[in-house]
Write a protein that binds this ligand. Structure first.
Ligand SMILES: C[S@@+](CC[C@H](N)C(=O)[O-])C[C@H]1O[C@@H](n2cnc3c(N)ncnc32)[C@H](O)[C@@H]1O
Length: 563
């Protein structure tokens, strides 16, 4: 993450600012290194990678929000275009009261789960089916059975309209290839099961959210559902696992009380802002001509499950005329922000309807509306405005140079003491970025550094406050980062051993928090033998036997289900 602050007036050319700071941006030339072991984390868990999602600049936004947050009392964070929810999750994790909105049903459902529910809610769910882990295992088994059945699924909706009949012989002109036949059967089986067996809104949403995430990952498309690739990937290809191998539904990783429950709504941003005010209003409107309603029509259909019938009209050769099979009602969520003609006026209206102490807006350099124009519209009404160019973090693979990867953060409203001296900032920022990569990592031995929020010394639960970080000497911060990197666990077995022993330790004062980090990690383990190794670890002579017993009660049924 790179961050720097520049107060600029519209007379300063954006290109000047970018070229001045570009050398310090991470350009992502090299392939991503193998990362050390990270624990499942709420902020990253099962994020659907929608167009324009902001996960890649999440750390910059987190630092900024933690500065803008009221030092005492409640801060309300409003997110009218919340999308995947990546940024609202960060705000909730910072302790703010979150009110999030989107006009897409799939985004609404996923955010309902991640922003309004807690781990405690999950532990109360599916009681009559043996609890959430047992129920998810059952659904995965049923799904897998359907995946492996060669016959078309009775009542299969996706298998009928959006997948081929046979994964070995198919024709992308005559059949839609959004999913493999096997995966479509899995999704149909689970989604029909939800419809048949679940009435409770939260239980239904938890399963559908996991299903949506898998459906977005297993799609044979380039990220959205307007078109599919001509072929499913072939044996040995890297993408095979993503598209062809069976889905696995995973229990969401949520947060615990006392973090507040958020609120979510499903409406246009304009309507939402008429009735909602807050302290920080985060705006992330669309910046390309891609309408979300048609790009994600299948995710909406899986959410609503209304048996929408796409056209089966064909030409004289039997080829489908409507290959995308896009829902005709997608226009109900038509967004003026995606229109070259209407976006400007949409911004004027948007800025006219916000009631918040601070506005934070993110917009890419290559968006529909020029960056200078956004400044011109925002400043008169909500000035002073600060503009921060940030480089998007490399998400794997190569990244092209230049403007494409620059995202602008506009901050409207008085910034108080938030000022980053450019000279030291340039040296400190790459270190802050390395440090943010160490959050949610496990350390080999208990660590203690002043102002670092460790859990039991073993997990870095976020960064020290920004003002503390930015006031450090470069050498000092460098030493701390290197020290933590050197002590971070780099393989799963080692990490599990450290974590389990820390929990069993009779003198452990943060056992509860550590345990809450262990359970999602165990649930994610695909290999039975790894779980069995953890079970053995519970016999450690130095451990508290009653704690070991409790962990055994969690682990034994999990291992049994792997059979
Ligand atoms: C750039 S994305 C937001 C990404 C989000 N911040 C994230 O990190 O995932 C824009 C979102 O705005 C939603 N959207 C577009 N136009 C809208 C409107 N007029 N009202 C409400 N939501 C809208 C889209 O469905 C999409 O989810």
């Amino acid at each position: 993450m790179s961050i720097t602050l520049i107060i600029f007036s519209s007379s300063v050319l954006i290109d000047d600012i970018v070229s001045r700071f570009l050398p310090f941006f991470k350009e992502g030339e090299e392939k991503e290194k193998l990362l050390p072991l990270a624990l499942p984390s709420y902020e990253r868990d099962q994020l659907i990678s929608i167009i324009g999602n902001k996960r890649s600049i999440g750390e910059s936004l987190k630092l900024l929000f933690s500065e803008l947050k009221a030092p005492r009392g409640e801060t309300t964070f409003i997110d009218p275009f919340c999308g995947s929810g990546a940024i609202s999750r960060i705000a909730r994790n910072l302790g703010m009261g979150v009110k999030a909105n989107d006009n897409q049903p799939f985004a609404h459902l996923v955010n309902y789960v991640y922003l309004t529910l807690t781990n405690d809610d999950l532990s109360q769910m599916f009681r009559e089916m043996g609890g959430i882990d047992a129920y998810f295992s059952l659904l995965n088994l049923e799904g897998l059975y359907a995946y492996n059945t060669e016959e078309p699924l009775l009542g299969g909706y996706l298998s009928h309209h959006y997948a081929p009949q046979d994964d070995n012989y198919y024709d992308g002109q005559k059949e839609r290839l959004f999913f493999t036949a096997a995966n479509a059967r899995f999704f149909d089986q689970v989604r029909n099961e939800v419809e048949r067996s679940l009435d409770d809104e939260a239980e239904r949403a938890v399963v559908i959210a996991a299903l949506l995430y898998e459906a977005s990952r297993k799609a044979n498309t380039l990220g959205s559902f307007t078109a599919y690739q001509k072929k499913f990937v072939t044996e040995g290809s890297l993408a095979r696992r993503r598209i062809v191998e069976p889905p696995v539904l995973r229990v969401p990783t949520l947060v615990d009380e006392p973090l507040k429950r958020g609120e979510v709504s499903l409406m246009s941003a304009a309507d939402f802002l008429k009735s909602t005010s807050g302290d920080i209003c985060y705006l992330d409107p669309p910046a390309t001509v891609q309408q979300y309603g048609n790009n994600y029509h299948l995710l909406n259909t899986i959410t609503i499950w209304d048996n929408y019938r796409p056209s089966e009209e064909r030409d004289s050769e039997g080829n489908l005329l409507d290959k995308g099979g896009i829902r005709r009602d997608w226009r109900q969520t038509y967004s003026p922000f995606c229109s070259l003609k209407e976006a400007d006026l949409a911004f004027v209206n948007l800025f006219g309807s916000i009631d918040a102490r601070h506005i934070v807006l993110t917009y890419p350099a290559k968006g529909i509306v020029e960056i200078e124009r956004i400044y011109e519209l925002l400043e008169p009404r909500h000035g002073p405005v600060t503009v921060i160019p940030v480089a998007k973090r490399n998400q794997g693979g190569r990244q092209s140079k230049g403007k494409q990867n620059i995202e602008y953060i506009f901050v409207a409203g008085k910034m108080g003491n938030f000022h980053l001296p450019v000279e030291s900032g340039i040296e400190l920022l790459p270190l802050v970025e390395r440090l943010s990569n160490l959050t949610d990592r496990l350390f080999k031995t208990p660590q203690s550094l002043p102002d670092y929020p460790f859990i039991g010394g073993l997990i870095l639960d976020g960064l020290p406050p920004l003002e503390v970080l930015l006031n450090k000497e470069v050498e000092q911060l460098e030493w701390e980062v290197e020290h933590l990197e050197a002590n971070s666990c780099d393989n799963l077995d080692e990490g599990l051993k450290v974590l389990v022993r820390a929990i069993l330790d009779p003198n452990q004062s943060e056992r509860g928090k550590l345990e809450r980090r262990l359970y999602p990690l165990l649930r994610r383990l695909d290999e039975k033998v790894k779980l069995e190794r953890v079970l053995k670890e519970l016999d450690w002579a130095g451990g508290d036997p009653s704690v070991a017993e409790r962990l055994r009660e969690f682990l034994v049924p999990l291992i049994a289900r792997k059979n």
